[in-house]
Design a protein around this ligand. Sequence first.
Ligand SMILES: [Zn+2]
Length: 310
Amino acid sequence: MINMNKWESGLIQVKPGFYAYIDPDGGWFKSNTGIIDAGDYTVLVDTQYNAPRMKKILEAMKERNLPEPRLIINTHHHGDHVWANHVVGNALVISHLVTSRLIEQNMDIDPSMFKAFFPELDFTGSKHTLPNVVYEGGIGLLNLPNGVKVKMVYMGPAHTPGDTLVLAEEEGIAYTGDLVFYKVTPFALDGYLKGWIDAVEKSLMEINIDYFVPGHGPVTGKRGLEDMLEYLELVIQAAGEGYKKKLTPLQAALETDLGRFDEWVDRERIVGNIYRAYMEIEGAMPAEPVKNIASIALDMLSYKNRRNQE
Ligand SMILES: [Zn+2]
C-alpha cells in the first residue's frame, strides 16, 4: 500500500489496478502520469513534456507487465501533460472540447522556445498532437473491459479553462491533473482563481475519494486539498493587499510571507498567481488569456533569484 506521508516516486501502485508514475521533484514541466489497468490495455491520464520521459514510463510499465496503453486522457492543454502523446504508439487521445481547442490554438508555438526560460530542460520529441476524441459538457464516461467505470468530469475554468478530473468513484481514486498540486506550488496564471477554489472546495472536497493523484507532487488525500485551498486563499489575500497599495505583482509577491508554502517547489509562481489575481480584481473574464507572458516569466525569474540570495 502507498505511504502518503512520504513522497513516493517512480511507478507506484496506488490501489490494485490503479497506478501512477510520480516525478520525484514535480517542478516546472515535471508532471505525473496516471495509469489505469483496464484488463486488455491501460489508460493513461496525461503524458509528459518530452519523449525521453515518456519512454521511461512506458519502459517501467513493461517491466511491471502492464499492458500497452490504448487510451490517453489529457486533463488539460499544458505541454507537460500532452507533448508526448505521440510517443505512445497507437493510443487514442481523449480530452474535453475546451482543452482540444486550446491545444489547436497553441499548435504554432514551438515547444523548444521554453528553453529560453528553462535552459536545463530537454525538449527532445516535444510535439503537439490534437486529441482524437472529444467530450463536451459536464461528464464523459469510459466503460473499461475489466468492468471499471472511469468518469471524466469537466471542472474548468480552474487551473486552465479546460480542466478534466478523472474519477474511478467505486475504487475511491481520482487523477486530478493540475487541479491539484501537492508540495509543489500551484500555478494559476492560465486559470481562474475563484473557479479553482470552488472546484476544490465544492467538488473535490465533497466527493468520496481517498486517493488524489495530483498533476505535480506526491499522492495525497483530502489533507492535500486543504493545503491547496489555503495556498489559493493566501494568493487572493496577498493580491488584495498589494493591489490596494498599488504594488506590482512582483513587489506584492516579495512582500508576501509564504509561511510553510515557502518550502514548496517553485515558490516563484506566487508572482504569476498574484498577476492573475490582479486581473480578476480588475474584472477580467475567467481564465482570460494573459498578454505579456514573457515579462511575467522574467518577473518570476527575478523573484526566484532575489529569494535565493536571502
Ligand atoms: Zn498545468
